[in-house]
Design a protein around this ligand. Structure first.
Ligand code: HEC
Length: 145
């Protein structure tokens, strides 16, 4: 008889490599989760508006269009590329005096709605803005003399 390669005996399927979680770990995790639920349940003190307090666009939209436009300008990402006054990014043109360049509301509206359509090859992305936000941003930009 020839000596072949030694093979392990066929012991059935290979052993399960997903080591089971030991019971004491399960118990510890369970205790922590239950304590967490208990903690949250006993410390839950809703106050008026607790669901909307940190929401950037509370249901009631207040302020003048210019104020809302300024707020949007500072919160929707325009300033990552554009500077107004001392603050902002430099990828896009400085908008500190944009209203003095003879730019019109019609142009701004079209530009903010879809830069690439207004100027093919535009770098500025089309931001997901509502019609109201575009109106407000236009009003705000026209104050930057
Ligand atoms: C990713 C960078 C980026 C973001 C974000 C961005 N812009 Fe721009 N923007 C540009 C660039 C770059 C230009 C120059 C034209 C071009 O190449 O697209 C420009 C051009 C403009 C212009 C025309 C300026 C001129 O001199 O004619 C206006 C107005 C403007 N952006 C307003 C905004 C507003 C408002 C927002 C926020 C809603 C915004 N931009 C967000 C990059 C950006």
């Amino acid at each position: 008889m020839t000596k072949g390669v030694r093979r392990p005996k066929d012991d059935g399927p290979p052993p399960d490599r997903n080591y089971p979680i030991p019971w004491f770990l399960k118990l510890t995790i369970g205790v922590i989760v239950l304590w967490g639920i208990y903690y949250m349940a006993t410390n839950f003190r809703p106050y008026p508006g607790y669901l909307t307090a940190f929401h950037p666009h509370p249901g009631k939209i207040t302020g003048t269009p210019v104020e809302r436009g300024k707020y949007d300008f500072q919160t929707v990402g325009c300033m990552s590329c554009h500077t107004v006054g001392p603050y902002g990014g430099t990828l896009g043109p400085n908008l500190t005096h944009i209203a003095s360049t003879g730019v019109t509301a019609t142009f701004l509206h079209a530009w903010l709605s879809n830069p690439a359509k207004t100027m093919p090859g535009a770098t500025m992305p089309r931001l997901p803005l509502s019609k109201r936000q575009i109106d407000d941003l236009t009003a705000y930009l026209l104050t930057l003399r």
